[in-house]
Design a protein around this ligand. Structure first.
Ligand code: ZN
Ligand code: ZN
Length: 230
């Protein structure tokens, strides 16, 4: 991670360059008060396999994209408001020999990234943590409580993680439960449930989560006035 000068001409120049690297398909990044804190390449654990992504940490957002030409051209820009972010250290990934990882969790999407070294990891985590803390302090808001599940990568499950029976093949496809992130078979995830933070339409959930969500919904709510009812 490369630290940049805050609130200087160099900083706003650099933000302009980053904006340019994403081209016309990217969002405008230069807004008053925004500071580029650092940038670097991280390995993002995607559904199929780990992929290198370019990350930019600003004081209020985390931006990442695919690398087309390093330091020159990026695409598929993603912008995450830091106010909704929670970070957590992640276990090593033996399959791809990835270490120095942490989770980036938000209500709509959560994922794991890995830095090249332990120092880089702690720099990223410290900076992100500080930015989130400062934002919450400024806004007076509480940290977000509920996060989207981190999806278990396809390669980590050769059989359904719920029924433990269905073997995945070219025909018997893998699915992901949007609630727990498990890799499950079709018959174990036929139901849909509304998860408002992820989508306005019902999304795929496994039978286990469907049961939990339905039980939660049916739980009798204690009415506020019941204490004073005579
Ligand atoms: Zn199953
Ligand atoms: Zn589930």
């Amino acid at each position: 991670m490369v630290d940049r000068l805050a609130n200087s001409e160099a900083n706003s120049k650099r933000i302009g360059v980053v904006e340019g690297c994403f081209g016309a398909a990217g969002q405008p990044l230069a807004i008053p008060g925004r500071v580029l804190i650092g940038e670097g390449i991280l390995t993002k654990l995607c559904r199929k396999k780990p992929k290198l992504r370019q990350f930019f940490l600003f004081n209020d957002i985390l931006v990442y994209g695919n690398i087309v030409i390093q330091k020159k051209k990026y695409n598929k820009q993603h912008i995450i408001p830091l106010e909704s972010v929670t970070i957590d250290t992640a276990p090593d990934n033996g399959e791809y020999d990835l270490r120095n990882g942490w989770l980036i969790k938000t209500p709509t999407k959560s994922f794991t990234v890995f830095a090249a070294t332990a120092t880089e990891k702690s720099e990223w985590m410290n900076h992100i943590g500080k930015c989130v803390g400062d934002l919450l302090q400024k806004s007076g808001k509480a940290p977000v409580g509920e996060h989207a599940a981190v999806w278990v990568p396809d390669s980590e499950a050769s059989i359904c993680m719920r029924c433990q029976k269905a073997k995945f093949t070219a025909v018997n496809r893998r699915h992901h439960c949007r609630k727990c992130g498990f890799v499950v078979c079709g018959p174990c995830s036929e139901k849909r449930h509304l998860l408002p933070s992820q989508s306005s339409r019902p999304v795929r959930v496994c039978d286990f989560c469907y049961g939990m969500l339905t039980a939660e919904r049916l739980k009798p709510r204690r009415s506020r006035t019941s204490d004073i009812d005579l």
